[in-house]
Design a protein around this ligand. Structure first.
Ligand SMILES: NC(=O)CC[C@H](N)C(=O)O
Length: 214
């Protein structure tokens, strides 16, 4: 493949940061709001935002079904935060019937999983396939509750985040080891936002490599 064309779903959320990161990694990055734009891409990024709103906007822009179909057909995809929720097969949160995930990644995701005390936080974590730690920004992030057979775990929450972020013992438990980055074939997802970390495009570079590999 020559220069890959990678779309960023541009209905809401952190679109520009993803476009810029993809460009720096050698892709031609285009915002996607219409089916014709979706048809033109070799890969797609689903940014952060709000998965309930994203579901609604996908319907309004008549993109839900075309996007679901292209993903089912093997379109490489990367989702960050709300984007990860949208790529999942199921969302473990009974208050959010309003989220209709696209089913491209065989995982169960829990929305707003880190709870009140650790709502948003930053940490360095080890990321499979990237040699030095990655700085990860979590904003009302989900985590992956369950993975299917073909899914690899790329990153988990390190020890110590709990203590650094919350004084509340009841909410401290069980954060370390939570799954926050996964890959299944050409589908990549992170619960955090690499596009917000200036000067580090390594996760986007991984995705561009996945798209080129197709
Ligand atoms: N930063 C984000 O993308 C937050 C995700 C949001 N909490 C949701 O459930 O969709």
């Amino acid at each position: 493949m020559g220069q890959p064309v990678i779309g960023v779903l541009a209905l809401q959320g952190g679109v520009d940061e993803h476009l810029a990161a993809l460009q720096r990694c050698g892709a031609r990055a285009i915002p996607v709001r219409r089916v014709e734009e979706l048809d033109a891409v070799d890969g797609i990024v689903l940014p952060g935002g709000e998965s309930t709103t994203m579901t609604r906007l996908l319907d309004i822009f008549e993109l839900y079904e075309p996007l679901r179909a292209r993903l089912a057909d093997g379109l490489p995809a990367y989702g960050s935060c709300a984007g990860m929720i949208m790529l999942a097969t199921s969302v473990d949160d009974d208050r959010t019937a309003a989220v209709r995930p696209l089913g491209a990644l065989d995982v169960v995701v829990r929305r707003n999983a880190f709870g009140r005390q650790v709502d948003s936080f930053e940490t360095d974590l080890d990321f499979q396939g990237i040699s030095d730690p990655v700085h990860a920004v979590f904003i009302r992030a989900p985590w992956v509750e369950k993975i299917g057979a073909g899914v690899s775990v790329l990153a988990t929450v390190p020890e110590g985040v709990d203590d650094a972020t919350t004084p509340d013992t009841t909410e401290r438990e069980g954060l370390a080891g939570r799954i926050v980055a996964v890959q299944q074939g050409a589908v990549l997802a992170t619960a955090f936002h690499p596009e917000l970390v200036e000067g580090d495009d390594r996760v986007h570079r991984c995705f561009v490599r996945i798209v080129r590999g197709r």
